[in-house]
Design a protein around this ligand. Structure first.
Ligand code: IPE
Ligand code: IPE
Ligand code: MG
Length: 242
């Protein structure tokens, strides 16, 4: 099996999963959070080098105060727990998104986790928190514009790699495979620039039920894809007999 270098996942369906069980949405988030821990172990075992997950979008603040507060509580405990997960999997953790919107203690936990895990390089784990692709591009372009006005870079020197360097994902290769759980077939403002050539896999399985078996199935489907990047496959170009 050809293992993708970078897998991105939109962790969706916690609320519906809980509702189907007659439970509150917060129960779904709790189970979803526990599943995030086990998927890191699975990803490590499979030999995937980069994992990026979408856990809270710039649009998710629109949810009820109760739900947002519940999610913040969950992030608080998860960010602390993640120190152990990082140690166990020798993984480096990076938060992408605008973290300045979070309470100071959450920002502090993020810095502790990023600093602590910076010693590891066997798995690179990006968690998107208060992340929106359009917001990331605006923030990146603002920094780039400031560097232009400071004379650090000339407009004519700007290329694709320059812009990539100003994004939250600077240094992280583009995802090879995107998985979205729970049936929706949209990107919801996730990694719009980075996923220009990413293979997409949508499943009806809700995030709390998405385990190693489901991940392997997604990779098998990915293996059957014919990736071309705009070119043509060598066999196709050689097969003409005329
Ligand atoms: C994903 O599950 C988790 C977050 C967006 C925080 P949802 O909360 O979106 O669950 P559904 O899609 O409403 O079922
Ligand atoms: C996308 O899920 C964001 C995350 C999984 C964090 P949503 O449930 O918020 O997306 P929409 O609203 O269905 O597009
Ligand atoms: Mg959702």
């Amino acid at each position: 099996m050809n293992i993708p270098n970078h897998v991105a996942i939109i962790l969706d369906g916690n609320g519906r999963w809980a509702k189907a069980k007659g439970m509150p949405r917060s129960y779904g988030h709790m189970k979803g959070c526990a599943n995030l821990e086990s998927i890191c172990d699975d990803v490590k075992e499979l030999g995937i080098k980069y994992l990026t997950v979408y856990a809270f979008s710039t649009e998710n603040w629109k949810r009820s105060r109760e739900e947002v507060e519940g999610l913040m509580k969950l992030f608080r405990s998860y960010l602390k727990r993640c120190l152990k997960i990082a140690e166990r999997n020798r993984m480096r953790v990076r938060i992408i998104g605008n973290i300045s919107a979070f309470d100071q203690d959450i920002q502090d936990s993020i810095h502790v986790l990023e600093d602590y895990s910076s010693q590891y390089d066997e798995l690179y784990f990006q968690i998107a928190l208060n992340y929106g692709s359009r917001d990331e591009l605006v923030r990146g372009i603002r920094k780039l514009a400031a560097d232009i006005s400071d004379g650090k870079i000339a407009p004519s020197d700007i290329g694709e790699e320059t812009l990539e360097g100003y994004l939250d994902t600077a240094g992280v290769p583009d995802p090879d495979l995107l998985i979205r759980t729970s049936g929706e077939m949209r990107l919801s403002n996730f990694l719009l620039w980075q996923m220009a050539y990413t293979e997409m896999y949508f499943t009806d399985v809700a995030w709390p039920d998405f385990h190693k078996k489901e991940l392997v199935e997604a990779i098998e489907v990915y293996n059957g894809r014919d990736r071309r990047y705009g070119g043509i496959k060598e066999e196709a170009s050689c097969s003409r007999q005329d």
